[in-house]
Structures are given as C-alpha cells and as structure tokens.
Design a protein around this ligand. Structure first.
Ligand code: F3S
Length: 398
C-alpha cells in the first residue's frame, strides 16, 4: 500500500471536496497497482482525452461532474481537441459536434486548465526542466519530455493525468524512478538518417526491434528539435519505450553505460519501414502537416513552399494557437490561406472526426500514417514537406 501524508489522507476522506476525493482515489488505486511507495509532486500536467470524438457523452459527463468543484494545482495544458476551436466550420465540422466539443473545453477551463490544445506543449509555454516530475499523457510529448528534456513522466491516461493535476502529485513508479530509466539495449544505427521520413522510419524500425526496452542509440548525426519530435512520435507509436538515450543529444545519456545487448538498424530496415508505413496510392485527397504539431520553423518552410501556389487537395497545417499567432505576425498565415490551405489549430488528423471524408492522406509523419490508416481508414503516403506540398498542389503523389 502507498504511504500517504496526513494531508493526502484527509483529501481522500473528502476534505477538499468530491473532485479532489475522486482524484486521490484514482491516484491511490494506480499507485497500489504499480507498487508505488508514495506520491511525488509534479511540476506540470498535460491531459489527453480532449476530443469529443473519443470522449463521447460518457466522457463529457465525467468531466462536467469533476468540474463542479475540481481545481488544478499545477500548470496544466491539453492535448489536441476534435476541432479547431475557432476555425471549425472551415474544417467541415458539424454544429452538433462543435457544441459538444465546446462543452468539453468549458469543463476543462472551469477547472483552471489552460485550454491550449497541443501535443507539443513544450513549444507553447508548458516547458519542463531536467529532472522535474510530470504527469503528461500524449505519447510523443511524454517521449520528448523524458528523452530530450530529461524530465520524468509515465504515459498517463486522461483520467490519471487530470487526477494528478487536481492533486498536484502522481504515484512514484515507472519512469519516475532511476532504475527504470537505464538503457537496456544498444541500438547501432548504420543507416543514414537525413529527412523527416527517415526519422519516422527509424522510429518504426527501433519500435519494432527494441520491443519496448529503453534504447541507447548510437550512429546518429546531430538532429533538429523538429526531427527529434518526429522521432519521438514514431518510436513510441510503433511499440518503443517512451524514453531513449542518444549520446551527445539527450541529457541523461552520459549517466549511463552502453548496454551489452545490441541490435543494428540498417538501410534495409529503413527501406522496409517506409514500405510498411506507405500505401501505393497515387491520388491524394488530403494533406496534413503538423504531426506532432508544427513549430514556427516548420510553418515558415511551408509558407515558403506554398507562396504564389494553389492547393487542389484539402490542406491542413496543424499547430498550437500560440504557433499560429507567431505565424500571423510574420505573414505566413496569409500566404498559407491565399494558397487555399487551412489552419487546424487545437486539433489534428488523428482526433478530428475525419472517418469517411478522405480516401487518402499525405503527411511527413509516420505516426500520422498509423492513425490515418488505423482509425480513419485512409491510404497513407509519408514524404518530405516538399513532396507533401507538391501532392497538395497537384492532388497526386510523385
Ligand atoms: Fe499530435 Fe495528433 Fe500527431 S496528437 S503527435 S498531431 S496524431
């Protein structure tokens, strides 16, 4: 059984109201299941389970109930919702859906949560520091926080993240503990990783071969934040652990020894991964860039490639509202919109209600392909941003 402080025990007995009591009950149950000794303070929370498409009426009811007297204790932001909270009509979202989605957002807002809906919270003001404990939900963000920043978080479900936000603590098990952060397998990358699809394919290959063990990855060149965020999304989507170490890139790598168990990733593995992610489709109806959500640097590149062009396919740029504000101020939004592109702030290709609307999608993201194929029954093409924008303009994959 987990050790609770006197104050935590009083919360469990209802001292801070029903939402806090229920939240403590969730955390205690979780801690007991995973053998946590105690609760640890969290610096911030990122809550998934925001799209009404996934929550349904039962989820909305749960949130509304919690919002009656629930208040978060720490900085808390949200994962993408089912629609752009402002531009939903242009994205083809129905009035009924928008109404329900807004009720979900209202419940979160009432609890004191910052309703910035993004899977890249670290680009939008929810930026932890090395060693901080967190309770984040979204898998790519969790992997980025653990690996690139060296913060500590398990991959929380929506309710457990929300409970952690209301209490300000989470059970200390899993990746909060030193012993579970050690690398278990050495992954030697013998392939050249140059483009965004290469990073996506590398994530696929490591995800499949490392079988959930924490990898210590060698053989990589220095990488940009955008490449690393894409790799984080891919590796965890395709079965990898939400933590990896890369000497010279990730901050905890120097604390660890290279494990004896070794696997290699060859050019053939990368080619096989791309084949597995891609479908042989030529007509492209939908192009979405921003999985994980775009940085301002990525938006600048999209705007440069689209300048003076017109898109034929439905074309979305997914990002946080904060990134869009920066893009507005630099004139990038005007270029994207003049080309017929649409902002998809607060949402993404996986959590918007897209099933049945498009037969095919092109994206730079291996994770995006996984969800478009699996949840939305689309044929998928993964390529560079140049290839995706060309597909948006011509409606064909070249
Ligand atoms: Fe983010 Fe959605 Fe991709 S949550 S990582 S844009 S599937």
């Amino acid at each position: 059984m987990m050790q609770l402080t006197k104050e935590d025990g009083a919360i469990l007995a209802g001292k801070r109201g029903e939402a806090a009591r229920k939240s403590m009950e969730i955390l205690v149950a979780l801690g007991d299941i995973y053998g946590a000794k105690d609760l640890v303070d969290v610096a911030s929370v990122q809550v998934a389970g925001v799209s009404y498409h996934n929550l349904g009426d039962a989820g909305l009811e749960f949130l509304s109930e919690l919002a009656k007297d629930g208040q978060v204790k720490v900085l808390t932001t949200l994962n993408p919702a089912g629609m752009d909270l402002e531009n939903w009509k242009a994205l083809g979202i129905s009035e009924d859906f928008a109404k329900k989605q807004n009720l979900v957002i209202d419940a979160f807002r009432k609890m004191g949560i910052i309703t910035c809906c993004t899977c890249t919270p670290y680009l939008a003001g929810n930026l932890p520091t090395f060693g901080q404990h967190l309770a984040w939900s979204e898998s790519s963000a969790v992997t980025f926080a653990n690996s690139i920043i060296g913060a500590r978080t398990n991959r929380e479900g929506g309710p457990s993240a929300l409970a952690a936000a209301i209490i300000g603590k989470t059970p200390a098990y899993g990746l909060h503990l030193d012993e579970n952060r050690k690398p278990v397998v050495h992954v030697e990358v013998q392939a050249k990783i140059r483009t965004m699809p290469d990073w996506g394919a590398l994530g696929y290959a490591i995800g499949k071969k490392a079988e959930g063990k924490v990898p210590y990855i060698t053989g990589l060149q220095p990488a940009s934040t955008d490449e690393l965020k894409s790799f984080c999304a891919s590796v965890v989507t395709y079965g990898g652990a939400p933590l990896f170490h890369i000497p010279g890139i990730t901050p905890e790598a120097s604390q660890h020894k290279q494990p004896a168990q070794k696997i290699t990733i060859t050019e053939a593995d990368i080619a096989d991964a791309k084949k597995a992610i891609d479908d042989p489709v030529n007509e492209i109806e939908f192009v979405c860039l921003g999985c994980p959500h775009c940085s301002i640097d990525e938006v600048a590149k999209i705007a440069a490639l689209l300048k003076g062009k017109k898109v034929k396919a439905e074309f979305w740029v997914a990002a946080s509202r904060n990134t869009k504000a920066l893009a507005d101020s630099r004139g990038y939004s005007a270029i994207i919109e003049a080309a017929g592109g649409k902002w998809a702030c607060d949402t993404c290709l996986a959590v918007a209600p897209l099933k049945g609307r498009f037969k095919s999608v092109a994206t730079t993201s291996a994770k995006g392909c996984f969800y478009c194929r699996g949840s939305n029954a689309m044929a998928t093409r993964m390529g560079t941003v140049e290839q995706c924008i060309n597909a948006a303009i011509t409606g064909r994959w070249a």
